[in-house]
Design a binder for this molecule. Structure first.
Ligand SMILES: Nc1ncnc2c1ncn2[C@@H]1O[C@H](COP(=O)(O)OP(=O)(O)O)[C@@H](O)[C@H]1O
Ligand SMILES: [Mg+2]
Length: 310
């Protein structure tokens, strides 16, 4: 089978593989494993390459689509064009579109999944940050459509709430407001990887000293670790609810891949459900450096093959 890993033309600000610079280190290891099983894997640059004769497109690292509203729209248009062409795309295009806007968190909440408490401020809607501070204490503002901590702000004092120029920073996107869960500084954030609905691996991310954004491209640390049972149960509940909450999969269906991010403030809460282009950590992050995560790689390869044989 010929598999296209959807990526972007320049991964140099992330972590490209030396041997396959259009793929990340993690995805290159997975591509190698698929090739060892007799498949062919090619990079498909989302805004440059026609998918051609690939049997399936797997969205992996098209991360530059978040660079501007115009590029974001072009990415969505590209997804829609693949859907119109009847291309096999993982995850399914409709599921990715549902997941593009973080307001999906409210769908999870409605289904009874514990989420980080979230309020939405629509574009143009008036809000008083001071009132929010009185209600929530320190809080976080982030665009409903964003990734990698972009345009994500923290307000930690009432004075800051007073002086923060929200109007200058907001744009056509809605804004999510959440209490700042300070455990992110100490416990960090858990990311649990699910392949075809099964939890295969987890990493814990912690921010660099003085920072609160855990992303590794922002200096955060990432280690493969076993999360507490409560964190696993919370992530499993979110993963199980995807078909029902998104209405984009068969009732008993699971996406090929999902990453569930959990913040644990005593009670674990879903921070994000990533169904578009999450890092899947095919390399385990050990204190001695990265080593292939056989469980994750094998589960992924088998799930890809299962989809194709249906
Ligand atoms: N409510 C919150 N409490 C504490 N930290 C947060 C909160 N929301 C976001 N963060 C921090 O900001 C980062 C980015 O936010 P996130 O919701 O993961 O969006 P994205 O990864 O899509 O940019 C998180 O990884 C975490 O470090
Ligand atoms: Mg995140």
């Amino acid at each position: 089978m010929k598999i296209g890993f959807v990526t972007c033309r320049d991964l140099s600000r992330y972590f490209p593989s030396d041997a396959r610079p259009l793929l990340t280190h993690d995805d290159a290891v997975c591509a190698e494993a698929l090739e060892a099983r007799g498949h062919e894997v090619i990079p498909v640059v989302w805004d440059a390459d026609a998918p051609g004769d690939v049997d399936t497109l797997i969205v992996r690292s098209p991360w530059d689509y978040m660079d501007s509203p115009a590029v974001r729209s072009r990415f969505v248009e590209r997804l829609l064009s693949w859907r119109r062409a009847g291309a096999a795309v993982e995850n399914p295009v409709d599921l990715m579109l549902w997941n593009l806007d973080k307001r999906y968190l409210l769908d999870l909440e409605e289904a009874g999944v514990p989420i980080v408490p979230t309020q939405i401020v629509e574009p143009g809607e008036e809000i008083s940050l001071e009132r929010l501070f009185d209600e929530l204490g320190p809080f976080v503002l982030k665009p409903s459509i964003s990734a990698a901590g972009c345009d994500t702000y923290r307000v930690v004092t009432r004075q800051q709430a007073k002086s923060f120029d929200f109007e200058a920073r907001r744009d056509e996107r809605a804004t999510l407001i959440q209490p700042f869960l300070e455990q992110v500084l100490t416990e960090g954030e858990w990311s649990l990887i699910f392949i075809d609905g099964k939890n295969v691996h987890a990493v814990r991310k912690r921010p660099a000293r003085g920072n609160w954004l855990v992303q590794d491209e922002r200096g955060g640390s990432v280690f493969s670790e076993t999360p507490p049972d409560g964190v696993v149960a919370c992530a499993v509940a979110a993963a199980k609810s995807i078909a029902k909450t998104s209405r984009c999969l068969p009732e008993d269906g699971y996406p090929l891949y999902a990453r569930v991010d959990v913040l644990d403030e005593g009670a674990p809460k879903i921070a994000e459900l990533e169904l578009i282009e999450p890092e899947l950590f095919f390399l385990e992050r050990t204190p001695n450096g990265p080593v292939p995560s056989r469980g994750t790689i094998d589960a992924f390869c088998a799930a890809v093959e299962r989809r194709f044989s249906r």
